[in-house]
Design a protein around this ligand. Structure first.
Ligand SMILES: Cc1cc2nc3c(=O)[nH]c(=O)nc-3n(C[C@H](O)[C@H](O)[C@H](O)COP(=O)(O)OP(=O)(O)OC[C@H]3O[C@@H](n4cnc5c(N)ncnc54)[C@H](O)[C@@H]3O)c2cc1C
Length: 395
C-alpha cells in the first residue's frame, strides 16, 4: 500500500469533503468506507442552505445544486405543525436548501474527492486505531476480501458517523440520555409537496418529517422514542411508517395513495456526545465529533463545515508537527456550532410538552422577526465564508 499523509475513515459528507479539500492542497489522502457506493443512509435527505453553500465552496461550483448529476428539489424553508398550531419559516431571499437522495449526493461528493486526487477504497472497514505510545499512527482495517490490513499515516480522520469506530477506539464518545429512533422511507404519490421541509409533531416526542427529494418523490422520516421503536422494529416496517404518518390528520388525505419505494431504513439512538480530548494523530469530523438530534436537519451542514474548518489546521499540523492548529479547530468548531446546538436542545425539549410547544409555535409563528431568525439559524444561512487552505509542501 502507498504511503499516505492522512487516512479518512468514512466517505459520508464530512469524510469526502475533507478528502477533497486536503487532496486539492497536495496532501496524500486515503479515503476508506465500509460500504460499496452508492449506498443509502438513514436521513431526512434535506440539505439546508448552509450545506448547499458549503458544498459549492468545497467542490468549486458556484451553485452546487446545478452541478448535481442527479434529481434534487429546491427547499425554501420549513413548516412545523402540531394540530391547530403551526409556524412557517422561509429562508432569506436567494438562499435555498436541496432535497436529494443521500446515496446520490454522497457518491457525487466521493467522486469529487477522487477527482482531486484522493484514493478511495470501498468495502474496507476500519476496525481499530494503531497507537504508537499516546499517538495515533494509523488504522487496522478489513479488506473487501476479509483480510486484515495495517495502514499507517501521520493523521487519522474519524468521519465514520454516529457509531464511529475511530472515536470509540480512542475512548472519547459516549451514549447521551436522549433515546430516539427513526424509520426512513421514500414515497411516491404524496400530494401537496410544497418546496418546504414539513415537520408534523405529536407533542409526545413522535415527529414525522416530509421533504421533496426530486423526481416526484418525498422522503418521509418517522421518529419515535427508542423503546416504542424497538417494540415495532421487527414488524412490517413499510406498514408501520405509513400507518404512523396517516394517523396525523393533516397527512391522512395527502398520503392516501402514497406508496413506499425501496426498503425502510432504521437507526438510533442519535445522542452521541464526545468528551473534550487532545489526541495526537487523530481528528474527528461530522457526527463522529458529536451528535444530538436530527430534528432541525443541520447534520450535513455540520459535517461539511467541520471538514472546512479542519482542513487548514490539518495541513499546518502535517507540515509543522505542531498540534496547536488542531486544538484551535476543535475550539472553532465548538464556538461556531454553539448557537445552533442551544437552539436544537431548546426545540427538542419544548417539542415534548404539547401545551408549551403549541404556544411556542403560535408565538414564534406570529412574529416575522422571530421566524426569520429561526430560519436563519436552522438553515445555517451562509454569511461570507472564506477558508484558505495552505498548499502542502513536498517533504
Ligand atoms: C433519522 C435522521 C435524519 C436526518 N436527517 C437529516 C437531514 O434531513 N438533513 C441533514 O442535514 N442532516 C440530517 N441528519 C444528519 C446527517 O445524516 C448526518 O449528520 C450526516 O450524515 C453526518 O455526516 P458524516 O460524514 O459525519 O457521517 P455519515 O454520513 O454517517 O457517514 C459515515 C460514513 O462512514 C462509513 N463508516 C462507518 N463506520 C466505518 C468503518 N468502521 N470503516 C469505514 N467506514 C465506516 C459509513 O459507511 C458512512 O458512509 C439525519 C440523521 C438521522 C439519523
Amino acid at each position: 500500500m502507498n504511503r499516505y499523509d492522512v487516512i479518512v475513515v468514512g466517505a459520508g459528507p464530512s469524510g469526502s469533503a475533507s478528502a477533497r479539500l486536503l487532496a486539492a492542497s497536495g496532501v496524500r489522502v486515503l479515503l476508506l468506507d465500509a460500504e460499496a457506493f452508492p449506498r443509502r443512509k438513514p436521513c431526512g435527505e434535506s440539505l439546508n442552505p448552509g450545506a448547499v453553500a458549503a458544498l459549492g465552496r468545497i467542490t468549486g461550483y458556484a451553485h452546487a445544486r446545478e452541478a448535481f448529476d442527479f434529481p434534487s428539489s429546491p427547499i425554501q424553508g420549513w413548516r412545523v405543525s402540531n394540530g391547530s398550531a403551526s409556524l412557517e419559516a422561509v429562508f432569506p431571499e436567494g438562499q435555498y436548501g436541496a432535497g436529494c437522495r443521500r446515496e446520490q449526493v454522497d457518491h457525487w461528493l466521493a467522486e469529487q474527492a477522487g477527482r482531486a486526487g484522493a484514493a478511495f477504497e470501498q468495502r474496507t472497514k476500519a476496525e481499530r486505531l494503531i497507537w504508537e505510545g499516546d499517538r495515533v499512527a494509523g488504522v487496522i482495517a478489513r479488506s473487501p476480501a476479509g483480510k486484515p490490513m495495517t495502514i499507517r499515516a501521520s493523521l487519522v480522520i474519524g468521519s465514520d458517523g454516529l457509531r464511529s469506530v475511530v472515536a470509540r477506539s480512542a475512548k472519547v464518545n459516549r451514549y447521551g440520555s436522549l433515546r430516539k429512533a427513526a424509520f426512513t422511507a421514500r414515497l411516491n404519490g404524496v400530494l401537496g409537496l410544497n418546496g418546504k421541509v414539513e415537520l408534523f409533531t405529536a407533542g409526545d416526542g413522535k415527529v414525522i418529517g416530509l421533504a421533496p427529494i426530486g423526481g416526484g418523490q418525498a422522503n418521509m422520516t418517522v421518529v419515535l422514542g427508542s423503546a416504542e421503536a424497538a417494540s415495532l422494529a421487527d414488524k412490517d416496517r413499510s406498514g408501520l411508517v405509513l400507518r404512523e404518518a396517516r394517523a396525523v390528520p393533516e397527512l391522512a388525505e395527502r398520503l392516501r395513495d402514497a406508496e413506499i419505494e425501496g426498503g425502510v431504513l432504521t437507526c438510533g439512538p442519535f445522542d452521541r456526545p464526545v468528551i473534550p480530548h487532545d489526541i495526537a494523530g487523530m481528528v474527528l469530523l461530522g457526527d463522529a465529533a458529536g451528535y444530538y438530534d436530527p430534528l432541525t436537519g443541520q447534520g450535513i451542514y455540520r459535517a461539511l463545515r467541520s471538514a472546512e474548518l479542519a482542513a487548514p489546521a490539518i495541513v499546518q499540523t502535517l507540515q509543522t508537527r505542531d498540534p496547536e492548529p488542531l486544538r484551535q479547530y476543535r475550539m472553532a468548531r465548538q464556538t461556531e456550532f454553539a448557537t445552533g446546538t442551544r437552539v436544537q436542545h431548546i426545540i427538542e425539549r419544548l417539542s415534548r410538552h404539547p401545551l408549551l410547544w403549541r404556544s411556542a409555535l403560535r408565538v414564534i409563528g406570529a412574529s416575522s422577526l422571530m421566524t426569520n431568525k429561526l430560519a436563519e439559524i436552522i438553515g445555517d444561512c451562509p454569511k461570507e465564508t472564506n477558508t484558505c487552505i495552505p498548499v502542502m509542501k513536498s517533504p
